[in-house]
Design a protein around this ligand. Structure first.
Ligand code: NAD
Ligand code: DAU
Length: 340
């Protein structure tokens, strides 16, 4: 089997590429290498005989047609993914997340591919105070990232309903593990704690997220792509619900860094308070089980990875002018007006 993976140089995409190669699948990885894409994420497999990398944009029909030549299916992860950036400048999110998905769906339709797996997110549901979201619940995205993902999620489903394309959608929860770009809560906290720099926590830090290891997220995506029913959506939960402040304190403790580094800063606009997913459908219908359910252990391993892999993250934060610029815009004023 040959599969086009988009966004394979990103965080979760790199786990998907490695999983597929380990399963004997031939992989074409189409990635634009935005600020979030990193060739180092796939260093161990770049010479693998079944692996091919194409640098290109999912919004470019020519690049997509070239990458999709002779494939059986597509696993689509490429996206702009950071909520805070979507609040600062939504345009790139609408373009890549919605238009890019349309271009890929058109290619899949033309070629009558055997499957199209769309990697969506739990953010499409919005916040839930109690209980857990089921796949059939209403969607109420609250930020431009989540809304763009939902647009693409529904467009993908429409290609099943209208054209009979075998579309399967996964809605995964907050993912963590080695190789996550250091703008997201966990790597940002680890790296700033290592440098003994202030750690920004939005609002009161009592927002809750359901943490899922990247390896399990990749396994769930592949399980859904290969065994999921056409037109169906599958929630993917890590069964790891924690308050943000719990995560931050755990990381500080692991690094023997003081809690006094924590700064409570102005909240994210439209910040969802709690995410929680009911994943019975994935477990019951597709027999999926988490292989890394122990969040305490996996968080310690993740922290260790960043400690041992400075060569991976130092270039990103030290020599990257765009990252510095983003950091200043997002946190400059927040940190100046913060409280401990
Ligand atoms: P990431 O930001 O780490 O990586 C995104 C990748 O997509 C990068 O390699 C980037 O270069 C590539 N890319 C961006 N725009 C592109 C374009 N126009 N053309 C081609 N490539 C492009 O993302 P991630 O956190 O690994 O997320 C991967 C997917 O999983 C996304 O679709 C995201 O919405 C979804 N998801 C992520 C999480 C999470 O917690 N990280 C949870 C649920 C769903
Ligand atoms: O829920 C799935 C989503 O998880 C994915 O679809 C997104 O692609 C992914 O980025 C992630 O979104 P979040 O916004 O939940 O992730 P982030 O790491 O940015 O934030 C996690 C929580 O931590 C959230 O409640 C906001 C908070 N936070 C985040 C940052 C960056 C802070 O308190 N301080 C920060 O500096």
């Amino acid at each position: 089997m040959k599969v086009l993976v988009t966004g394979g140089c990103g965080f979760i995409g790199s786990y998907v590429v490695k999983l597929l190669l380990a399963e004997g699948v031939r992989v074409v990885n189409l990635d634009k290498l935005t600020y979030a894409g990193n060739l180092a994420n796939l260093r161990e497999v770049e010479r693998h005989p079944k692996y091919r990398f194409i640098r290109g944009d999912v919004c470019d029909p020519g690049a997509v047609a070239k990458a999709a030549r002779g494939v059986d299916g597509i696993v689509h992860l490429a996206a702009e993914t950071h909520v805070d950036r979507s609040i600062l400048s939504p345009g790139a999110f609408v373009r890549t997340d919605m238009l890019g998905t349309y271009v890929l769906l058109e290619e899949a339709r033309k070629q009558r591919l055997k499957f199209f797996a769309y990697v969506s997110t739990d953010e499409v549901y919005g916040s839930i105070a109690r209980g857990k979201f089921r796949e059939t619940d209403p969607t109420r995205p609250t930020n431009p990232y989540a809304a763009s993902k939902l647009g693409a999620d529904r467009l993908a489903h429409s290609y099943f309903a209208t054209y009979g394309l075998k579309v399967v959608i996964t809605r995964g929860s907050n993912t963590y593990g080695p190789r996550q770009f250091p703008e997201k809560l966990i790597p940002l906290t680890i790296i700033r704690a290592l440098q003994r720099q202030p750690i920004p926590v939005y609002g009161d830090g009592r927002q809750r997220r359901d943490w899922l290891h990247a390896e399990d997220h990749a396994r769930a995506i592949w399980r859904a792509a290969t065994r999921g029913r056409a037109g169906e959506t599958y929630n993917v939960s890590g069964h790891g619900e924690r308050e943000n402040i719990w995560m931050v304190r755990k990381i500080l403790a692991e690094l023997h860094a003081p809690d006094s580094l924590i700064r409570f800063v102005r909240d994210r606009e439209g910040h969802d308070r709690r995410y929680a997913l009911e994943d019975g459908k994935l477990r019951r219908d597709l027999g999926f089980r988490l292989s890394r359910p122990d969040i305490g252990r996996e968080l310690r391993r993740t922290v260790r990875w960043y400690v041992d892999n400075r060569r991976w993250w130092e270039p990103v934060i030290r020599r990257n002018a765009a990252f510095k610029e983003y950091f200043k815009k997002q946190y400059g004023d927040r940190l100046r007006r913060s409280r401990s």
